[in-house]
Structure formats: C-alpha cells, structure tokens
Write a protein that binds this ligand. Structure first.
Ligand code: ACO
Length: 332
C-alpha cells in the first residue's frame, strides 16, 4: 500500500501591510481593541492586479522547488479558496497549474473556508493511498480583501491575504506517512459565517447589492464559542484515537483566526508555548492559506525539522472543521 508523505512547504505574503492603526482610520475601532480581542496587529493586502492564483503560484513554486521533484512529476493540483480568481469558472487550481507550466494534470478547487487546507490534505492523502496519484500539489490561497466589507468593523479587522502550498507524495515508508486526518461539517450553523449573496441562492434588487454581493458576514461571538468547543473536542479525539500524547506533538499549527481561540485549545491540551505556532499577529486570518503560511514560518525560521510531528487544527465557515497528525517528511 502507498502512504502519503508531507514533503515540502512554501508560502507567499503580499508586501502591503494594513495595520490596526490604519483600520482605526477606516472604521470605529482601535489597535487596543483588536489586539486584546484577536491578537492581530497587522495583515497583508494583495495589490489590485495581484490575484489569488498569482499568490498561489508563488507559494507553489517554492513548495515544488523544496520537494526535490521536477514539476513534471506533479500529477494533481488542488486549491482551497473562498476567494477564487473567478467565482464560477475556471477554477483557481487550473489557472495556477497553467501558470506553473504543469501541463496535463488533474486540477480543481474546493470550498471549506478556513478548514480548506486540512480538507485538501485529506484529498491528497486519499488519492495517493488509492494509487490514483503520486505527487499532489495542494494550495491554500486567499485574497480575502476582495470579499471583505471595509465598512464593517466586525469583520474587516480580522482578514488578510496570502498563500501557502505543500507537496504530498507517495511513499512505501510508513514512518514518513501522514498519520490521520479528521474532517467534519455541519450546515445547521451556516448562517454564523457566510457570504449570503452572489450565488444561485440569492438575487439582487439593486446594483449596489450586486457590487457587494460576495462580502463576508459573521456572527463573531457565536462562531467563537462553537469554534472553541468543536476544536477542543476534535483534537482530543484525534490524539486519543491514534494513542498520541499532546506532549508528543512538536508543533501545534492551528488555524490563525484568533489568539484567544488558539490559547483555549492549547490550554485544553496542556501544550507549552513553544509547541504552539503563532502567525496571527502578523498575518491575521488568511482562511485556507493560514495553516500552510504558519508551517512555512517555522520551516523558514529553522524550527521545523525532518521527522517532527505536527498537529494541524482548523475551523471555518460552513461550518467546517478538521485536524491532522502530520510528520514533516522531506526527501533526504
Ligand atoms: N472594534 C471595536 N469594537 C468592536 C469591534 C471592533 N473592530 N467589533 C465589534 N466590536 C464591539 C461590538 O459592537 C460589541 O459592542 P457592544 O458590547 O457595545 O455590543 C463588543 O465589541 C463585543 O463584540 P463581540 O462580537 O462580542 O466581540 P468578541 O469578543 O466576540 O470578538 C471576534 C469578536 C474577534 C470577531 C471574535 O468573536 C472571533 O474571533 N470570532 C471567531 C472568528 C472565527 O474563528 N471565525 C472562523 C474562521 S473565519 C472563516 O472561516 C473565513
């Protein structure tokens, strides 16, 4: 049987910084409120002519280069995004694979909001373990600034742009393999976090509604409570099912939505501060890009070494959630 190994990571963050002080000039908020309630100090914003696919390509190039593979060996591309270049078609994954010159590959997007990266990791694992694919490029890429209402202080302080990518490859060596992945969803909470317009489920009376049709809306406080409860339950279960202790985790890489959510889940697992990976302060919430951007952060700072075990953990619109036990397994 083939196993799936997490070979490499890459990420990209646009250069433009939007600070809390910048936001305080746009809506009724303050650096103090945002820092205290979210842990976010700044986020990155893509240029007008910089699309989700452009950021995805930059992250993917690094991931392919670091995988030690030739790009011709990639046989599938999956992109997790809620801010695709085009809402209906073509998929952002097909645009990315063409910009990378990957030729004839399977390519598609999935929509699982902030849980997107855990979902595409599970898809890559399943395709590899079934023998259908050998080297899968997975990308979480978001231009959330394009679907954020910068007059709504409840949401605009949270989100940023960026991309992260990883190469997942077939291996015979079980020690290198992704151990387990949980994914879940419950549509009864759909209204907590959604872009209520712009799809076949809505219609527009005015041009103004049409123009703002994709903006995100969130019931933040209710989402917060469900997030803490769901995430804590899920990580406890995945560790227990795999007979792994929280102390065996080298890097806990949670979705970077809110420092208070991350701390609550970390405390429930009794994790030390050194185990918890944090990028929320500098990137905010980049949805599907957030986990791979955080993994890239520890990789580039030399904190992530071959063989070290990561626990990934995410929660987002849908509602969706997921967790994964992933050893970092670069080719020697
Ligand atoms: N600046 C100042 N005051 C604000 C702001 C702001 N930016 N936003 C809200 N407030 C006010 C509210 O109006 C409210 O005022 P009131 O008490 O007079 O009514 C007060 O602050 C408290 O508001 P809450 O919404 O209760 O604040 P909370 O502590 O819950 O923090 C936050 C809000 C940061 C959004 C938090 O609820 C959160 O992080 N929620 C979870 C987000 C999440 O995990 N989403 C899932 C992933 S995202 C995805 O899938 C795309």
């Amino acid at each position: 049987m083939a196993y799936a190994a997490f070979r490499s990571i890459g990420a990209y963050a646009p250069s433009k910084v939007l600070s809390n002080d910048d936001l305080a000039k746009m809506v009724d908020t303050s650096d103090e409120w945002i820092t205290k309630r979210t842990g976010i100090k700044e986020r990155r914003i893509a240029a007008n002519d910089e699309f989700t696919s452009d950021m995805g390509v930059k992250a993917a190039k690094l991931a392919i280069e670091r995988s030690g593979l030739d790009k011709s060996e990639i046989d599938m591309v999956v992109c997790a995004t809620i801010s695709p270049d085009y809402f209906c078609m073509p998929s952002t994954a097909t645009i990315i694979s063409t910009k990378l010159g990957l030729g004839n590959v399977t390519a598609f997007d999935i929509s699982a909001a902030c849980t997107g990266f855990v979902y595409i990791l599970s898809i890559a694992k399943a395709f590899i373990e079934s023998g259908m694919k050998k080297n899968v490029l997975i990308i979480g890429a978001e231009k959330l600034s394009a679907i954020t209402d910068y007059t709504d202080r409840a949401t605009c302080i949270l989100f940023g742009d960026g991309a992260g990518a990883a190469v997942i490859s077939a291996t015979d060596n079980k020690d290198e393999a992704i151990i387990d992945i949980h994914t879940g969803a419950d549509g009864q909470f759909a209204d907590l976090l959604m872009s209520p317009n712009g799809g076949s489920g809505s219609f527009h009376d005015t041009l103004e509604q049409e123009a703002t049709s994709c903006f995100m809306q969130m019931k933040g406080n209710e989402t917060f409570k469900v997030a803490v409860k769901t995430l804590t339950k899920d990580v406890v279960e995945i560790l227990k099912e795999n007979s792994i202790l929280a102390s065996d985790i080298k890097h806990f890489v949670p979705h970077q939505a809110n420092l208070r959510i991350i701390k609550a889940v970390g405390d429930a697992l009794k994790l030390d501060d050194e185990q918890v990976v944090l990028t929320v302060e500098k990137y905010g919430n980049t949805s599907g890009a957030s986990i791979p951007m955080a993994i890239n952060d520890i990789y580039e700072s030399g904190r992530l070494q071959a063989g070290e075990l990561m626990l990934l953990d995410a929660f987002g619109g849908g509602l969706t959630w997921g967790s994964a036990l992933v050893p970092f397994s670069p080719l020697k």
